[in-house]
Structure formats: C-alpha cells, structure tokens
Design a binder for this molecule. Structure first.
Ligand code: DAH
Length: 330
C-alpha cells in the first residue's frame, strides 16, 4: 500500500515534469497546473487516499507528497519564465524597426519670407542690446507727422499719401510713429527696434502695396554720433545680405538731420535699402528731451523690399497671395 502510493507519487512527479517541460503556451501551462496541483487535481486525489494509511506511514508519504508538489511547482515556475521570455523575444522580433524603410511624409509649415526677415532683423538688434517695441496701426496726425517734425503745411507730407479715417485719425504711413510713442514713455538711454504694418494710398502693382511692413530703429543716448549710426547699419546689413559694399548717400527726412539713404551693391547694381539719420533736435524737444544733452540716430526700412532683393522675388504680390507653390520654396 505504502510503496504503491509512493510509486504513484513519484510517477506523477515524472509525468508532470515531462508534460510541463513540453508545454508550449501559457494557456497549456495553466491547464497542467490545474490538472496536477489544482483542488481537484491529480496530487490531491492521491493524497485523499492517504486516509486509509496507518499513523506511521502517513508522515512519510506526506513528506514525499510535499517534495512532489514542490518539484511540480518548480517546473511550472521555470516553464512559465521560459515561455514568458520567449513571448517577449517573439514580440521584439516582430516589432523590429527597419530604419531603411522610406519615411511617412508629413506636411510641414514654414516661416513666411516676411516673417523670416523680421525674425532675423530682431535677432540681430536684440543681440546688439536693442529692445523690441510696438505701436498701433491707427495713429493720430500728431504721432505720425507733427511730433516727427512734419507740421501740417510741411511739403514732406506730399511724399506720403495717407489713409485718413472719418474721425480724423489715420493709418500710420511709417513705423517712425513708434519713436515718439516710446520716447514719451521712457527716458534715455533708448535702443529700440520696432517692426510693424504700415499703410499708404498706393495703387497695387509689382512693386507697390497699400499695406506693407517696416522695421524702425531708434537709439538715443549721450554722445551718439553719425559714426555709431554707420557702424550699426553696416553690421546689420552685412548680417542679412552678406559682406557686400554699402554706401551712405545724403538725403532728406523731416525727422532726421543730417539724413541719408543707404545703398547696397547687389549683383553689380546699387540698390537703395533704407533711410536713416541723426534724430532732429525738434523731435527730441517734442518728447521733452534736451537736445544739448542727448543725441541719437534712427533708421527705417521696408521688409518687403529686403525679401524681394534677398530672394529675387519679382512681384510684391507674391508675398501676399498665400500660394503654397511659392511659399514652399522658403
Ligand atoms: N519713415 C521713413 C519712410 O517711411 C523711413 C525712415 C527714414 C525712417 C529715415 C527713419 C529714418 O527712422 O531716420 O520712408
């Protein structure tokens, strides 16, 4: 009886270990666990027959039954670990990334050429210690003309055809109005760069638009000279256009004295790219600065003109048409 049960237990262990070692799925392994060690499993069934045993035999068989149970449990654990890692291996294998496969094209946005120039210019001036300033597109006559030394009867007003609003305000014709706005609020030293939209009553053609963009520059301090202006403009233009020849040509603006226009030698031709000058004492007086103490320089240029020169764009309207075939080139 004893040896019979002992043999059966050892046979069960052998059979169980073999079956578990050949289980090839986790589901199958679970079936085997239930079959051998479960409540209604084979080991339990054998042990129930221990009831008929003598008191001496029982502990001995009990001990053997425990080793069988432990052995089967060990086999189950081992096989489970093996199957689980095989499953992970297989998953890794099937998910292998082939880096030589062609990618999936995703449409990408780009920086508009006008914004590209504005960003570049602001970066350059911020790098030289300038602060970005802004004004509003609707202005009063005072900020756009009068405080900039352009009184109502001044002939310079004929240079700019202005959009007047019914209430007497106007759409600013240049970003120079930001100079006054900023100086009224702040004290020198001042170094600002002001980008923005400006408006003129121009008929639209290949080189004109009624709405366009300018960037304004203003520096006010004690002892600033025309040399500072030239150095600043030169550093800026060369950062944008490269190391090209530039020249300063005497010119006239009501808000600067002396005034100059800057030309850039581009493909063998002199191109006018910006206006500039030393801030007129009358402008300083209009914001309450003492021209005996402070001096400064100002400059302004058209962003569209820069973009057209830099990218060889022949028609300003291309910059506003939102034609992707055009914009994708930048
Ligand atoms: N405001 C001028 C224009 O719209 C450009 C300009 C010229 C700005 C000289 C300046 C300057 O600050 O000093 O044509």
């Amino acid at each position: 009886m004893t040896s019979n049960l002992e043999d059966q237990l050892l046979a069960l262990r052998q059979e169980g270990e073999a079956a578990i070692a050949s289980a090839d799925t986790l589901e199958r392994l679970e079936e085997l666990r239930v079959n051998y060690l479960g409540k209604k499993g084979q080991l339990g069934a054998l042990l129930r027959s221990m009831g008929q045993m003598s008191a001496e035999e029982r502990p001995k068989i009990g001990a053997i039954a425990n080793t069988v149970k432990e052995a089967i449990q060990n086999s189950l654990d081992q096989q489970r670990t093996a199957l689980e890692s095989a499953q992970i291996e297989a998953q890794l294998e099937s998910e292998t990334l082939d880096v030589t496969m062609p990618g999936i094209y995703r449409p990408q946005g780009r920086i508009h050429p006008l914004n590209g120039i504005i960003d570049q210019a602001l970066d350059i001036f911020v790098g030289m210690g300038y602060t970005v300033a802004q004004g509003s597109e609707m202005e009063t006559d005072y900020y756009n003309f009068e405080a900039l030394n352009t009184p109502p009867d001044h002939p310079a007003r004929d240079m700019q055809d202005t959009f007047y609003l019914p209430d007497g305000n106007l759409l600013r014709t240049h970003t120079s109005s930001v100079q006054i706005r900023y100086m009224e609020k702040e004290e020198p030293p001042i170094r600002i760069v002001a980008p923005g939209r400006v408006y003129r009553r121009d008929d639209v053609d290949a080189t004109h638009s009624a709405v366009f963009h300018q960037i304004e520059l203003l520096a006010i301090d004690e002892g600033l000279t025309f040399t500072d202006l030239k150095g600043t403009v030169k550093v800026f233009l060369q950062a944008i256009f490269g190391d090209l020849p530039i020249r300063f040509r005497a010119s006239y603006f009501p808000f600067t004295e002396p005034s100059a226009e800057v030309d850039l030698q581009w493909n063998g031709r002199w191109l006018e790219v910006m206006g500039c000058g030393m801030v007129d004492p009358n402008v300083l007086k209009s914001v309450g600065y003492d021209p005996e103490v402070y001096s400064g320089f100002a400059a302004g240029f058209g962003v569209e003109r820069f973009a057209m020169v830099l990218h060889q764009i022949d028609d300003i309207r291309r910059l506003y048409n939102s034609d992707l075939r055009f914009l994708q080139q930048f």
